[in-house]
Ligand binder design. Structure first.
Ligand code: HPA
Length: 245
């Protein structure tokens, strides 16, 4: 069974059948929402709304440890994250889908390990490749089967939020090698790694990052909403094809 963690614009999976909800409890508190178990084109899936069903939890307040622990408890074989991002690359306009392959972490103050040395011994995990390659390839394949396309690889900058970045911060991220910016991949990806859960993401570009659009007036949230609605229809179609690849 695969888990899907949905971000902004994807608080439920309308194409799920035989749905059953379960409120999970974990040693780290409650996950963002009840886990929704069901089937998507015959295959079992479990869905979790990262920001809560009503989108009430900001990125820096998400209980990432409870979310990942609950999915492990549910015995998932892997996690697919759906997350909207800003694009630092001129050739990745809003509406572009990317299956990223690297992360640079700029977040701070988040609970980012299960092995924090309090009740558990200190442990270090290999994180050279933060995303699972087999799951990445499945996502890329599913995009093709869905008649869509997603870029293979991208460097994701995990920003703290909830505010968007300054233009100078985006310039710095680009100098560092980042191509996309979002607020949730960390610590989600590393917590999945700590529990040995394969993790991959499909990122939806919903805006050009700060200072990168031709508009002089910054980022328009109305425009983001339109792209988000249109793109999530495509993402749902890609997710439906996941069980066929
Ligand atoms: N910055 C950070 N996170 C985001 C953005 C952005 O521009 N767009 C969507 N998520």
């Amino acid at each position: 069974m695969l888990a899907i963690i949905g971000g902004s614009g994807l608080t439920q999976l309308s194409n799920m059948e035989n749905v059953r909800r379960e409120v999970a409890r974990t040693p780290f508190g409650e996950p963002s929402a009840a886990l929704t178990f069901g089937r998507m084109c015959e295959a079992p899936v479990v869905f979790l709304a990262r920001h809560g069903h009503g989108h009430t939890i900001p990125p820096h307040k998400v209980n990432y440890r409870a979310n990942i622990w609950a999915l492990k408890q549910a015995k998932v074989e892997g996690i697919v994250s759906v997350a909207s991002v800003g694009s630092i690359r001129a050739d990745w306009p809003p509406g572009t889908l990317v299956v990223p392959n690297q992360i640079i972490d700029y977040t701070w103050g988040r609970e980012s390990s299960f092995f924090d040395g309090v009740d558990t011994p200190v442990r270090h995990v290999d994180f050279t490749r933060p995303y699972d390659e087999a799951l990445r390839q499945r996502l890329l394949c599913a995009a093709t089967v869905a008649g869509d396309s997603a870029f293979d690889g991208g460097v994701y900058a995990a920003a703290q939020g909830p505010r968007l970045e300054t233009a100078a911060e985006i310039d710095r991220f680009e100098r560092d090698g980042a191509e996309l910016v979002g607020m949730t991949a960390m610590p989600e990806a590393v917590l999945a790694r700590e529990l040995e859960l394969p993790y991959a993401a499909i990122n939806v570009v919903v805006n050009y990052a700060a200072g990168r659009s031709s508009s002089e007036h910054g980022i328009h949230f109305d425009d983001i909403e339109v792209v988000l609605q249109e793109s999530m229809v495509r993402v749902r179609a890609v997710l439906e094809c996941l069980c066929r690849v």
